[in-house]
Design a protein around this ligand. Structure first.
Ligand code: HEC
Ligand code: HEC
Ligand code: HEC
Ligand code: HEC
Ligand code: HEC
Length: 207
């Protein structure tokens, strides 16, 4: 009768123990990196006490648990409206059928239309302000891999093979700013590669 209780207790204690270790590690790491940024001008390098792959223990812990923050975009861009107006993915993501990166268009490209279209809307005024300051828009990345996973990806062969953007990015006609609708796990990639008889050699996707 009291065995299961004991087991739960032990389990609970283990969980609390792990939490305490993590919290201590994070506090220590933050304290250390605060210290090292006082003594060194290269604060972005981090404390250097963990692995070279992570700038801090905190970053490592977040990666370990697969925690990603939802990106907040500097301008309330909308895929929905532009696609409803008949624009194609490749009008903006010009690299997608050419090579590895799809690419995000420059503010100057946006302004070819927005010099005139909806120019009194607040979001378009922000757009124009970036252009006037000669700055590009600091879009936050939505998709992508942790550098430590050493994944290489290439759009062009997929587009050539007729794989729809939707398979990997969801239905963009219902999204304003892009959302991470599809989880790009290794299983996700491999399943399709097996189905389509594409290579599943480790070096196809890893470097
Ligand atoms: C081919 C022309 C064209 C290009 C290029 C273009 N847009 Fe638009 N955009 C439109 C049209 C048309 C609308 C809808 C305007 C309306 O509903 O009044 C729109 C609407 C918008 C809106 C919503 C405005 C609002 O508040 O109602 C934003 C934000 C926007 N565009 C940002 C961008 C950004 C950022 C880029 C560059 C990546 C871009 N646009 C490129 C034609 C374009
Ligand atoms: C087989 C899956 C797959 C398909 C199909 C695909 N993508 Fe991607 N896309 C990805 C992955 C994976 C990334 C992240 C790559 C990275 O960070 O190395 C990505 C990143 C992007 C990015 C980020 C910026 C960049 O330069 O790469 C854009 C934009 C994008 N995709 C647009 C598109 C469009 C448009 C299409 C269709 C014409 C498309 N993708 C089709 C998997 C796919
Ligand atoms: C008018 C230009 C425009 C068109 C057309 C457009 N996009 Fe985008 N796309 C953008 C901009 C600007 C961003 C950066 C803001 C954001 O993340 O939403 C973006 C971001 C994305 C991202 C996220 C990139 C990342 O950070 O990983 C994906 C995926 C994407 N677009 C796919 C598509 C697909 C698929 C289509 C066609 C169905 C499409 N886009 C059509 C302008 C466009
Ligand atoms: C829906 C199907 C599908 C998905 C999902 C998919 N792929 Fe592919 N991939 C293909 C096909 C088909 C090819 C082969 C095209 C060819 O033979 O030219 C390919 C080719 C590739 C290539 C190029 C290989 C070469 O010969 O140069 C790389 C790299 C790649 N995929 C990586 C990935 C990664 C990483 C993912 C997951 C993020 C992924 N793929 C997801 C279908 C897919
Ligand atoms: C079709 C593409 C593809 C092939 C082939 C592939 N992988 Fe992966 N692998 C991925 C992707 C994408 C990720 C990243 C998943 C994520 O971020 O969740 C990954 C992640 C991993 C990871 C975890 C890395 C980390 O730090 O999270 C290991 C280990 C790994 N792969 C080993 C292998 C080995 C070994 C092979 C060969 C037997 C292989 N992979 C073949 C796409 C591939």
């Amino acid at each position: 009768m009291f065995r299961p209780v004991l087991r739960v207790n032990r389990y609970f204690r283990a969980v609390i123990g792990i939490c305490l270790i993590l919290v201590t590690a994070i506090i220590l790491d933050r304290a250390l990196s605060a210290q090292s940024s006082e003594t060194s001008s290269q604060a972005s390098v981090g404390s250097g006490i963990f692995t070279t792959a992570h700038t801090s223990v905190y970053a490592a812990v977040r990666e370990f648990f697969g925690i990603r923050s939802t990106p907040v975009q500097p301008i309330a861009y909308t895929h929905k409206v532009h696609l409803a107006n008949g624009m194609q993915c490749t009008d903006c993501h010009v690299g997608v059928d050419q090579g590895p990166d799809a690419r995000i268009p420059s503010v100057n490209f946006c302004m070819t239309c927005h010099q005139v279209i909806a120019k009194d809307k607040p979001e378009i005024k922000k757009l124009a302000a970036y252009r006037d300051r000669g700055e590009d828009i600091p879009w936050q990345r939505v998709y992508g891999f942790e550098p430590s996973a050493h994944v290489k990806f290439n759009h062009a062969p997929h587009i050539r093979a007729g794989v729809d953007c939707k398979v990997c990015h969801g239905d963009m006609t219902t999204q304003t700013v892009a959302e991470r609708k599809v989880d790009h796990t290794m299983g996700f990639c491999i399943n399709c590669h097996k189905q389509k008889a594409a290579s599943i050699d480790c070096v196809t996707c890893h470097y």
